[in-house]
Design a protein around this ligand. Structure first.
Ligand code: ZN
Length: 386
């Protein structure tokens, strides 16, 4: 049901295929985020046409609304949202810490107040496995203890070790549920935590590897406020410590430069809300960096957003028209930009795969960064903060 085959490599970078019950995913791959069982503004057919193979949905959000039991009774996420390709659900660990009005962490689990109605809820490793079972994704993430990116060593160790203990409980409950209903095939991914501390990352990677025969690994707790060099360093440490014959999923990272830096360091799967969130805000990824379509300079610019892009936005509409849609607050604008941004990241990962296969990845990524870094819009740092 689940397998990973690496077909070619360029140093730690590899091009492969991750097989799931709902089809294969060519890696490296970018997964758009469907927080509420919808990639904001985009129809599943549009995602398919863009070359998207796998989506992410959020257990926290779908548990609160409409309820994971509602999704289960609708036939699971694939049927509910009409997406027949692979889906991954995150465990809600991140949202509990970022969205909940108040949360208390104990060894048993987390008690929090819903950001929607203020009701008190509890997530434990066991309850999260049941929620993710009800949602029915192909890949489900363990429940983990997420902390701010720049936490000190002691705080990071405490959270990382708790995440390991919660992983053991997730694995047990996951096995019990699988025994009850063997027809549902789900792969549980552990998450390597450890903040920005090399020793903790190495320990966590070894500990999760020793704990089970996993189909893949999550790398969590990055792109949450730490400096970029620290993020890249942590990916390198984890890359060396994890088995190379399984896919590695870097959670929550999705800006173009970060994708290439991480692919270079051995990462296979990514997710991020960036393409749709930025699209809604009027920002488009282009080979030279970004364009804000609200910019007055585009008022009479009849060129496409990105001349090299074959997406339905760039092949049909001008920058002037897109700017007009945003200034007139028309809903088509955010949709068209989101669609382009998803196309952009899918194409970026396709090119990464092709160049890894034909032996030109190093030259391609070097050229890409040269062009990217030369553009004035990329001189800013901290883009992940968006
Ligand atoms: Zn485009």
């Amino acid at each position: 049901m689940f397998a990973f085959h690496s077909a070619a490599s360029a140093g730690p970078a590899r091009a492969g295929v991750f097989y799931t019950p709902h089809g294969p995913v060519e890696t490296p791959a970018f997964m758009p985020v469907g927080t509420q069982a919808t990639v904001k503004g985009l129809d599943p057919d549009e995602l398919k046409a863009a070359g998207v193979t796998m989506l992410l949905a959020n257990a926290y959000h779908l548990h609160l609304r409409p309820g994971d039991d509602v999704v289960r009774d609708a036939g699971g996420l694939h049927a509910f949202m009409r997406w027949d390709g692979p889906i991954l659900t995150d465990s809600g660990g991140f949202q509990v810490f970022s969205l909940a009005k108040l949360c208390t962490v104990a060894e048993e689990g987390v008690e929090f107040r819903s950001h929607i109605d203020g009701s008190t809820r509890r997530f434990t490793p066991e309850s999260v496995m049941r929620i993710e079972r009800n949602l029915g994704a192909d890949v489900i993430m363990q429940f983990d203890h997420v902390i701010p990116g720049q936490s000190d060593n002691a705080t990071s160790r405490d959270a990382s070790e708790r995440s390991l203990r919660w992983l053991a409980r997730c694995r047990q409950e996951h096995a019990r549920l699988a025994q009850d209903d063997p027809a549902v095939k789900q792969a549980l991914f552990p998450i390597v935590q450890g903040g920005i501390h090399q020793d903790l990352r190495r320990e966590a990677a070894r500990a999760v590897t020793d704990m089970g025969d996993w189909h893949g690994f999550g790398i969590g707790g990055l792109s949450v406020g730490e400096e970029k060099p620290a993020m890249y360093e942590m990916i390198e440490v984890v890359d060396e410590a994890l088995p190379r014959d399984r896919p590695r999923y870097l959670m929550g990272v999705g800006f173009p430069a970060d994708l290439i830096e991480a692919v270079r360091r051995g990462v296979d799967l990514f997710d991020c809300v960036a393409p749709t969130r930025m699209g809604r805000n009027g920002t488009a990824f282009v080979p030279d960096g970004r364009i804000n379509v609200r910019n007055a300079e585009l008022k009479a610019d009849n060129r496409p957003l990105d001349e090299s892009c074959a997406c339905p936005t760039c092949t049909r509409f001008s920058r002037a028209y897109l700017r007009h849609l945003f200034t007139a607050d028309e809903m088509l604008g955010p949709r068209l930009l989101s669609l382009h941004n998803v196309h952009f990241l899918v194409r970026l990962m396709r090119t990464a795969r092709e160049t890894i296969r034909d032996g030109t990845f190093d030259a391609w990524s070097r050229d890409w960064f040269q062009r990217h870094n030369a553009a004035p819009s990329n001189s800013r740092t901290g883009i992940n903060a968006q």
